[in-house]
Design a protein around this ligand. Sequence first.
Ligand code: NAD
Ligand code: ZN
Ligand code: ZN
Length: 344
Amino acid sequence: MPQTMKAAVLHALRTPLAIEQVPIPEPGHGELLIKVTACGVCHSDLHAVDGDWTPPPVIPLIPGHEVAGKVAKAGPGVTGFSAGDDVGVPWMYSSCGQCEFCFAGMETICKSGEATGYTKPGGYAEYMIAPAAFVGRLPAGTDPYAMAPILCAGVTTYRGLKRTGARPGQWVAIVGIGGLGHIAVQYARAMGLRVAAVDVSAEKLELAKSLGAEITVNGADADPVAIIQDTLGGAHAAVVTAVATKAFEQAILMLRPGGTVAYIGLPGGKSDEIRASISAITNWELSIRGSNVGTRLDLNEAVAFAANGLVKATIRTEPLERINAILEDMRQGRIVGRVVLKLA
Ligand code: NAD
Ligand code: ZN
Ligand code: ZN
């Protein structure tokens, strides 16, 4: 086993990642050392690099939280995992397991949680550490490159859709058809929902249509609120993955009376605040719910959809050395589907 590994490291906010050799970490009690095969590039990684959120990430940082790989070594006290097992690492690196939220099966809102590739080193590296209790099990033989985006984009949109309470046959507006949104369209279809897709890019809307969206609206040259109200009488549910304040404001107004919107996107910084109509929310009994990644149960369910072929990320693989150009493409909104880094 080598002593060092290749990793992409952020040394200061808003600077390019450096490709470096760093020591391979040693798994502690209850931890796994994972040989990373694939790591998706999520817009949250770009928010981390750009310092969009408070608090900022722990620096120096190895980003990356859409990891598919294999167990290289189990630390002391680990049971149920062996070297070579297929595993995935999500954003939720850990939660405390002892607070009221963890007890209630709401570990996604544990105040003592750690985040992969934000407060802990992530998967833009050949190896990484993760607590065995929070690692996702992937069925043997799954395509690690197609599976990697399920570890964040998949589980997050799956939970977001569940949190709208939408039932089969109802309409859901997916607002933002990026890495998360194009997967959200597929979960929605697999859950029996009808999809209206909204983005500001014709190419992304083409992808949404090919994945089963019945209605597509380009917010760059049409008013998505008017179109969804006029054609559907409003959507029963909406899920917002766009990185633009306006989309969050519009999504409330896309709902039909009694509808629920799940907020997923996190524009951060100056874009973190919305204006909304109190009377619309009150009179039409609308619900606005936040949705933060997913629990371990959500992850198992989200992986099962993908393993059964119901959901498949549209990906382009790239070497780690290309990461700064990929992040710039994401900043400019040029990525269709998801870019997955090929580590092995
Ligand atoms: P992405 O860059 O791949 O996709 C964003 C999409 O939003 C793009 O397709 C873009 O064209 C579209 N968009 C921009 N402005 C729009 C507008 N006005 N109307 C409609 N669409 C618009 O990003 P991603 O990786 O899919 O991540 C999306 C967001 O979700 C990020 O803010 C990310 O941090 C956040 N996120 C949140 C969670 C969570 O748990 N809540 C988890 C993962 C990611
Ligand atoms: Zn993510
Ligand atoms: Zn907790």
